[in-house]
Design a protein around this ligand. Structure first.
Ligand SMILES: N[C@@H](CCC(=O)N[C@@H](CS)C(=O)NCC(=O)O)C(=O)O
Length: 393
């Protein structure tokens, strides 16, 4: 509203100026009727002055509009929480073709580990985990989608790298620790990635996978041929139909895509892990408070698991005498909710509707999902893993 009424002002000013210049031209004309030559010169001068003033005003008005457009974009990206609250839902970039991380269930709803963080953030700020508009984004489009600011959050098996951190957006705490691997058909008898000399390898574009593969081939002097696809599902189908001897991506992605094969036992994941792939939610640059909100929701689900709070016992714990757990649930104290302008009890909505980190993991990636054992880096720090976040206080 503020912008549309401000927009009218330059046009109205322009109108006022144009009519005042026309009035002065008419006055000048009638004052100089005695000398027609001088009148003609005066008239031309007045018209030229009026035209120049109008052109200058037009340019100033255009500059004002551009400045307002820039200000509107800046305001949307610097006050994303208010924008989302007005809109009534968050816009989250994810995918729909990697079971466990992001896919569609039988009713066409988005489900998965990546999807659940979008839902958790929606539950935190809108009290409704379903208040999410999912934007299915190709991997090569992730940078532009973040840079344009058109999405509020991205959770799309995205590796946190230095270049992406600088150029794409702000990366929240790591949600899943991974590394890149290779899959081949068992009947090829290949036991190591170093035996891929002469092989055709399928890979998805716009990924760290593509870059790491190029490094690996060069580093080990392999004479491998890479075939690049825009979507991992298409790349994987190409591998499945025998177009390539091997397929490479994050090892969790290999395990995920394997669940879609009718004959998974005919394939083998090679032992080499050739890179670091910390998979991380990302927000556009430019709004620190919004970045803090996403981080605090992540910390909330992680500490909820550590404190033994899950979707089945929220009310019970909120009324208990466990000080740390009660603070997390907002029944006492404050760990930043007030400064961020979010509901004190936001974590109750998140845990009731989406669950703690462990529940999210098991439902999608663990025993009830694609069967990736959690033990190791993706376990909580208290169990020797690396899943950790800022303490809530
Ligand atoms: N983590 C790597 C690779 C990401 C990747 O290849 N993700 C696949 C699953 S393993 C995916 O989500 N594909 C969805 C799509 O192609 O739309 C990156 O950030 O570049």
């Amino acid at each position: 509203m503020r912008f549309s009424s401000a927009r009218k002002n330059p046009a109205m000013k322009l109108l006022a100026l144009t009519s005042s210049l026309l009035i002065s031209t008419t006055l000048l004309l009638s004052a100089c009727t005695s000398d027609s030559g001088a009148t003609q010169v005066a008239l031309e001068r007045a018209q030229a002055t009026a035209a120049a003033a109008i052109a200058e005003r037009n340019a100033a008005s255009e500059r004002a509009n551009e400045a307002e457009d820039r200000a509107a974009a800046a305001e949307a990206s610097t006050n994303r929480l208010a924008t989302i609250q007005n809109r009534g839902k968050i816009t989250c970039a994810t995918g729909n073709d990697t079971p466990g991380f992001h896919s569609l269930d039988a009713s066409g709803n988005s489900v998965g580990f990546d999807v659940d963080l979008c839902r958790a953030v929606a539950a935190a700020i809108l009290s409704d985990a379903d208040a999410v508009e999912f934007r299915f984004t190709d991997l090569a489009e992730r940078g532009p989608a973040l840079q344009s600011g058109e999405i509020d959050l991205m959770n799309l098996t995205t590796t946190w790298t230095s270049n992406r951190d600088i150029n794409w957006g702000n990366f929240a705490p790591v949600m899943f620790y991974d590394g890149q691997g290779f899959m081949t058909r068992k009947d090829l008898g290949i036991e190591s990635a170093l035996e891929l000399d002469g092989a055709a390898i399928c890979v998805t574009s716009g990924t760290t996978t593509e870059l790491n593969l190029a490094d690996y081939i060069r580093q080990h002097n392999l004479d491998a041929e890479t075939t690049v696809f825009e979507q991992s599902e298409v790349a994987f189908d190409a591998y499945g139909s025998g177009q390539c001897d091997a397929f490479t991506t994050d090892r969790s992605g290999l395990a995920s895509l394997l669940t879609e094969f009718p004959n998974p036992e005919d394939h083998v994941i090679l032992p080499e892990i050739i890179s670091e792939e910390p998979l991380t939610p990302v927000v556009p640059h430019g709004d620190e408070a919004w970045f803090d909100i996403v981080k605090i929701v992540m910390a909330g689900i992680i500490y909820a698991e550590a404190y033994g709070i899950d979707s089945s016992n929220v009310d019970q714990v909120a009324a208990s005498d466990n000080i740390k757990a009660k603070r997390l649930l907002g029944s006492e104290g404050d760990f930043g909710q007030e400064a961020l302008g979010i509901k004190k009890t936001f974590m109750q909505d998140v845990i009731k509707q989406v669950g703690n980190y462990g529940e999210i993991y098991e439902r999608n990636l663990g025993t009830d999902g694609i069967g990736l054992p959690r033990k190791g880096r993706n376990d909580l720090w208290i169990n020797g893993g690396q899943i950790y976040a800022a303490p809530l206080r």
